[in-house]
Design a binder for this molecule. Structure first.
Ligand SMILES: [Zn+2]
Length: 198
């Protein structure tokens, strides 16, 4: 039985918020600046402007993980999102797309099948996040119902529908990727020009 901890105080949190087979996108998950404006919905400009996902605080180079078993259906550049990865997965009878944006380095390719917890990318500040500094550095994370939706919140759902909580005012620490690294079992290796940088 996997245990879940709040971060940074490592207080045990209720496992009920975690659904079987669903991981968190980062090891430590916290809404950027603990601000409602960085959660999902019409949360910006006094309710006039949408934010399409969660901004999870992450310095460039932070490891991102597949939140579920599935297939990588897009790896590439999408305007303000910068470098993104979309992971198609099944949840609650639906096909959804976990989308990770502003990435620096994708570690998977289109068509690749991954399992939950697979290390798929490093965060970055590509796209309109290029001027972000300090604690504004983040992973922009969306759960979409289609691969490439347009403006607004259409084509997305609140990630809260997956996790049952919003990591606002509390950080959620998913120990599973870290444990995989320690055990070295399913941990992905990363080799660049023959040099093992894992
Ligand atoms: Zn964002």
């Amino acid at each position: 039985m996997t245990k879940y901890y709040r971060w940074p105080d490592r207080q045990l949190v209720e496992p009920l918020m975690h659904l079987p087979g669903i991981h968190w996108p980062l090891e430590a998950n916290t809404i950027r600046k603990n601000s409602l404006a960085n959660t999902f919905g019409m949360v910006r400009s006094g309710g006039q402007r949408a934010h399409q996902g969660w901004d999870l605080r992450a310095y460039p180079g932070t490891r991102c993980f597949a939140i579920a078993d599935g297939e990588i259906v897009f790896v590439g550049w999408r305007g303000d999102y910068g470098r993104i990865i979309s992971l198609q997965f099944r949840h609650g009878g639906r096909t959804l797309f976990a989308t990770y944006a502003h990435l620096s380095l994708p570690l998977v390719t289109t068509g690749e099948r991954v399992t939950a917890g697979h290390w798929i990318a490093l965060t970055g500040n590509t796209g309109n996040a290029e001027s972000m500094t300090g604690e504004d550095h983040h992973l922009h994370f969306e759960v979409r119902t289609i691969v490439h939706p347009g403006q607004g919140v259409a084509g997305r759902i609140d990630p809260r529908e997956i996790y049952g909580v919003v990591p606002l005012g509390a950080s959620y620490y998913d120990t599973r990727p870290a444990m995989a690294q320690q055990m070295g079992s399913k941990a992905p290796g990363l080799k660049i020009n023959g040099m093992n940088v894992l």
